[in-house]
Design a protein around this ligand. Structure first.
Ligand SMILES: Cc1cc2nc3c(=O)[nH]c(=O)nc-3n(C[C@H](O)[C@H](O)[C@H](O)COP(=O)(O)O)c2cc1C
Length: 173
């Protein structure tokens, strides 16, 4: 598949088949995240892969939606603030690094027929507590994953190019 077609094929899937995902496939997705770029190549990420029902139920307490609970895999994408690069003005690049890795993973998953969805609207404090994480780890995103219930193509609702690009200098659209 051409890369731009893959990008268009990915969509936020919120309906999963009640079917486990093979470990090799999960690892293929994680491998895409592992190969993502990061500031200074510090790779300040840690991915907790939850496949057992009890664990998924527990994490769902931080994002209590039925569709989320039904995902056979939940990847908890954590950022390690002790390892992330900070610019001279102290800007911590943890969020950016983890976002790139998760984006790589959503695309890799799409490529092998899996559906994913970004989830950030969870209760961060609760999630941290449930997973018994150390202070330096922050849950940046949850990525439920599984085989999509439907085989569908979702049309992207996006701003037009003219609205988001200015050439040579900033122009308000
Ligand atoms: C950083 C981020 C956070 C998001 N958080 C959630 C979320 O908490 N729950 C949810 O259902 N979708 C969430 N989404 C999915 C967006 O709603 C979705 O990407 C957007 O509507 C575009 O649709 P598409 O992914 O199908 O192209 C999130 C997406 C991103 C990039």
């Amino acid at each position: 598949m051409k890369f731009n077609d893959l990008i268009k094929k990915r969509y936020s899937n919120r309906k999963f088949k009640d079917m486990p995902v093979e470990k090799e496939k999960i690892l293929e997705v994680i491998e895409a995240g592992r190969n993502a770029p990061s500031a200074h190549n510090f790779q300040p990420w840690h991915f907790i892969v939850i496949t057992n029902e009890e664990g998924r139920k527990k994490v769902s307490e931080a994002y209590p939606k039925n569709w989320f609970k039904s995902a056979p895999v939940i990847v908890v994408a954590c950022g390690n603030h002790d390892e992330s690069w900070k610019r001279d003005d102290e800007k911590d690049h943890c969020d950016i690094d983890i976002a790139i890795a998760v984006d790589h993973m959503t695309l890799a998953a799409t490529d092998i027929g899996l559906g994913t969805c970004w989830v950030c609207a969870f209760d961060a404090e609760k999630c941290h507590k449930i997973l018994e994480l150390p202070e330096n780890l922050e849950v940046i995103a949850l990525m439920p994953m599984g085989y999509p219930l439907e085989d569908k193509v979702v049309e992207k609702k996006r701003k037009a190019i003219d609205e988001i690009v200015s050439w040579e200098e900033y122009k308000k659209s």
